[in-house]
Design a protein around this ligand. Sequence first.
Ligand code: 6GU
Length: 236
Amino acid sequence: MRIDVVSIFPSYFDGLTLSLLGKARDSGILDLDVHDLRDWTSDRHRTVDDTPYGGGAGMVMKPEPWGLALDQLADSQSGSLSSSKGGPTIIFPSPAGEVFTQATARELATREHLIFGCGRYEGIDERVFEYAADLGEVRLISLGDYVLNGGEVAVMAMVEAIGRLIPGVVGNPESLVEESHEDGLLEYPSYTKPSVWRDREVPPILLSGNHGAIAGWRHEQQLERTRVRRPDLLSD
Ligand code: 6GU
């Protein structure tokens, strides 16, 4: 999979390349490139924003650097197993977008080429989204119902969630299956040695060696936790 990220703060993403995903990059499974939007400006001040037409607070990101960035990055790998409409999947993180879930991550992990465009200021000139729709499939995606200063932190979360689902990125595929949200339920509680710690015992069933009973208990724990903490997950 190829992932391009465009941002005016590319160094935000240094951390991504350190972790789990660093290995995927080294092994060639994931080709992750972070780009500085200002590389597609041509004025002396490398300007990426301007005042909004119609007035109002804040600044809006100018369309020209985004147009050049998308032209170059969408071209750099066209064809093959990309979005449903051909071309890359172009994702703009936005609190006004669809909410990102594990299902979104699973869907995007099957794509050949993702481009993330991180907006700052009050947003990006609306025509950029229309233009991007001619190059690939455009998705506006939110991390949740709260406001961040820009898309960078959201994109880091999305790239990590997507990247770890690419076959070969997480060492043991079973560790993917038994996680919160993979089966629509929260994860069951885990314990390790010692069996008694500060007068607290590990649930005896886990020491029983009865694997069927343990699986049943874990599933009950998942249901109960989900009922208490996230009843919204059970209601549909
Ligand atoms: Cl994707 N961007 C911004 N700026 N704020 C957010 C968000 C994204 N998701 C939740 N809040």
